[in-house]
Write a protein that binds this ligand. Structure first.
Ligand code: SF4
Length: 350
């Protein structure tokens, strides 16, 4: 059976046409599925009973199953979802200064193997479909407190979004469509580890914010912690960012994970400034949040301050992103790893 959450509007038009129905039916169904979050075909009450009966043997509206939710003292909520084939993904709701941001996973696992990331350590399972991407938004809405609403979406969870390119582009079209999920382009951000050829395409195919996980100022260090740098070294990445077609006065967000003794020195800060000259950007500094078995440590507050001061004095907009949800295993991949370890232990004992 086909899941109606797996169709963009143009795709639904073709489905409806194949059923011999008028095009406006596609708009009705699409609106019910993505705008009104219909739970079933029967709930589409302005669609004739005859059409609903025709749809039911072939189509369904199906979400993802939330298996576990952890809530931090700071209001961060992290949830683990199970997919049809048993794959598991994580998503996180992060409250911050009047915003409520949902961090969405784009893949089950990740093939890029960044050393500071627990998801990378667990390997890659598969790409997520449109229904699994949008399903995280619908599932998160079910976890909201009274009066809350999701204001921002970031594709910064498990996976490399630009390695699931077509589904991510389809998701963004539904997400930012006023007749679909209705999020503003300005409130949606896609974060990449630096898939250079895809960055060039993405600038033309999507009108949302771009974030790049840079994390080092030399190829030697970056290749060590982000193996993708061996394929797409820093110079090519920076050149792609300089040529990136920014629309509507947008800027690129540079994410820089500060790791003690590795990339947090005064020299690194100075190199970062030189590297980013000519890139329209703001910089997020993220002190590393250690997870069990991590090979790195969190930098001390003094080096974070010094790094921040140097970049700030050079005229950049730079913020130190406060770690959120540290008490609920907020590092990407931690919840899934724990759940799989429990399952393995359960299977062994039974
Ligand atoms: S940081 Fe992102 S790109 Fe790197 S391994 Fe983790 S999920 Fe993949």
């Amino acid at each position: 059976m086909k899941n109606l959450r797996d169709f963009t509007y143009p795709e639904l038009l073709l489905e409806v046409e194949a059923l011999g129905e008028r095009p406006y039916r596609a708009a009705q169904i699409y609106g019910w599925v993505f705008h009104r979050d219909a739970a079933s075909i029967d709930s589409m009450t302005d669609i004739s009973m005859a059409l609903r009966e025709r749809l039911k043997p072939e189509y369904r509206i199906c979400g993802i199953d939330v298996l576990d939710v952890k809530r931090s003292e700071d209001g961060t909520r992290k949830f683990l979802s199970g997919l049809d084939d048993g794959a598991r993904i994580e998503s996180v709701l992060i409250p911050d200064e009047g915003r409520l941001t949902l961090c969405v996973s784009s893949q089950a696992g990740c093939a890029l193997g960044c050393l500071f990331c627990m998801t990378g350590a667990a390997g890659f399972t598969r790409d997520l479909s449109l229904s699994e991407l949008s399903g995280q938004v619908f599932a998160a809405r079910g976890l909201l407190d009274e009066g809350e609403r999701i204001t921002n979406i970031v594709l910064m969870g498990m996976g490399e979004p630009l390695n699931n390119y077509d589904n991510v582009i389809r998701f963004l079209s539904v997400l930012t469509d006023g007749k679909g999920m209705g999020f503003s382009h300005n409130r949606v951000t896609v974060s990449t580890a630096g898939v250079v050829p895809a960055i060039k395409r993405f600038g033309f195919d999507a009108n949302v914010n771009l974030a790049v996980s840079l994390n080092a100022t030399t190829d030697e260090v970056r290749s060590r912690i982000m193996p993708i740098n061996k394929k797409y070294p820093i110079a090519g990445l920076i050149s792609a960012l300089k040529g990136y077609p920014l629309k509507n006065k947008k800027y690129i967000t540079i994410e820089y994970e500060l790791i003690k003794g590795l990339n947090d020195t005064v020299d690194d800060a100075r190199r970062l400034i030189r590297l980013l000259r000519g890139v329209v950007c703001k910089i997020n500094l993220i002190p590393f949040n250690p997870f069990p078995g991590a090979a790195f440590e969190r930098p001390d507050a003094r080096s974070v301050d010094a790094f921040h001061g140097i970049v700030y004095d050079a005229g950049y907009t730079v913020i130190v992103r406060a770690g959120k949800g540290a008490d609920i295993e907020a590092a990407c991949g931690q919840l899934r790893a724990r759940s799989e370890a429990h399952e393995a232990a359960f299977n062994k004992n039974n």
